[in-house]
Structures are given as C-alpha cells and as structure tokens.
Write a protein that binds this ligand. Structure first.
Ligand SMILES: [Zn+2]
Length: 257
C-alpha cells in the first residue's frame, strides 16, 4: 500500500509564493510504500531530497492505508487495515492511560508483551483503565464495537468479500469510534497522548539512526492529508475527509508504478 507524503521544502517554497490553492499544490505528493519503520528516504516530485520520520502514531497510518485501499477499490484490504488500526488505537490509549497513572515506559512495555498475544486481553485492559480514569464504562454498544469485530472476522477469517458500501460503512464506524473516543480521552489524558505520540516518533528516529537509514537531523514529517488525526476543521465529517483524500489521490493513482 502506498502512503502520500508532502515535502517540507515544497511547503516552504509554497509559503514564500502562495500563487495557487494549497490543496492543488499538494495534489502531486511523494508516494511511498507504507513501512514498519515509519522512515522514508527518496525524492519528491520536484526533486527535493526527502528524508523523514513520520510523526503520526501507527493507528493513524494504518487507517490511512485502509482509506487509500478503499479509494483504490481494495475492499478486503481496507477492512483489514481499518480493523488493525482500531486495535492499535486501543494500544495507544492503553499506554497513554498507563502514563497518566505514572507507570514507567519499561514496565508498560513489559505488561503489553503479555497482553499483545490476545486482542481480548488488550480490550479488557483498555476497558478497565478507561473506567478507572473516566469513571464511566467505555461505550461499547454506542460504537457498535461487536458489529465491527464480527465484520472483521467474516472478512479476514472466512474470506467474505465485502461490498463497496459495506466497506465504506465499516471505515466510517471505525473512524467515528476513534474520533469520538479520542475527544473524550483528550479531556483526561491529552498531555499523555501527545507524549506517547512523541515517544513513538523518537523511537523510530533512534532505530533509523542506529540502522544508518537517516542522518541525526532528519526532520519529522506529517503525511499529506490524514483522515484520522491531523489538522481538520472541527465539524469536518468522515465523508468530507474521504472526498478530500480522493481529490488528492485521483491524480497520483494514474502514475502509480
Ligand atoms: Zn519537494
């Protein structure tokens, strides 16, 4: 799956001379293969050297991969990525909640190793922490979480081929769960969520420098237009965000290798 990256040098040039609409300016992004390291090296379409460490948490990148898979017509892949994004979102929140409770990173990582073997255990840990901090249970039925799990299992384990409408509905449900839960959690552990995000980025940088992939001053970078996370108007809906993603990518689809 490809992800779209915008070049910091292009953006700097644009700011000096903003002669066209920013959305149009960014419509020709650098296409990269989504990778586990979150580190990208290459050249943008205007031949600037691109060396970047992604600043987004894993769940945001996975959702983006799912959203792009949907746009390109890969519905099974879209559901698989969005479902995994949701699991990693719960992981991200669990670490933020632990951080809020003063748990050290090494201890949290050790605990997660045991939980990570089964998704039910991960969910149990998250529910319990959510209740402890927000004093109210996580609204499982409000977000139709069980329906999402059933659909995911049918698609991934039983080989069911989802329809385009069904896939879009799944993505929308996952989006709304992540978006709304993030808002609720931010009121209680917003600083810790930011800290976990920065820590994840710094660990990527350390690993990439150790492997000799990037120089020590490689910038951190946000991807072109992020459906989950990123900067949005407060009331921008899922449909509006997907339309923007479509407009930005309909051009680059034609030049995909
Ligand atoms: Zn550039």
């Amino acid at each position: 799956m490809k992800v779209t990256l915008s070049c910091s040098q292009c953006l700097a040039d644009y700011k000096k001379n903003p002669t066209q609409d920013l959305e149009m300016f960014l419509r020709d992004p650098f296409l990269a293969d989504l990778n586990e390291d979150g580190v990208y090296v290459g050249k943008c379409t205007r031949s600037h050297k691109l060396e970047a460490i992604i600043s987004h948490p894993k769940f945001e990148m996975l959702f983006q991969s799912g959203a792009l898979a949907f746009i390109y017509g890969f519905h099974r892949e879209a559901i698989s990525s969005a479902a995994t994004s949701l699991e990693r979102f719960f992981e991200f929140c669990t670490f933020a909640l632990w951080e809020k409770l003063g748990v050290k990173e090494e201890e949290a990582t050790r605990a997660w190793k045991e939980l990570s073997k089964q998704s039910e255990r991960q969910l149990g840990a998250f529910y319990s922490l959510y209740l402890a901090l927000l004093k109210t249970p996580f609204p499982v039925s409000e977000f139709a979480l069980q329906k999402l799990v059933t659909t995911r299992n049918k698609v991934i384990h039983q080989g069911v081929i989802p329809t385009r409408e069904g896939t879009k509905g799944f993505l929308k449900d996952v989006f709304e769960l992540i978006d709304e839960s993030s808002r609720r959690l931010e009121a209680h552990c917003g600083d810790e969520m930011t800290k976990i995000c920065l820590r994840e980025t710094e660990h990527r940088r350390e690993r990439a420098i150790a492997k000799g992939i990037v120089s020590s001053d490689a910038p951190t970078l946000g991807i072109g237009y992020l459906v989950v996370g990123g900067m949005h108007a407060e009331d921008e809906s899922f449909d509006e965000r997907m339309q923007i993603l479509w407009r930005q990518n309909s051009h680059s689809i034609r030049r995909m290798p």
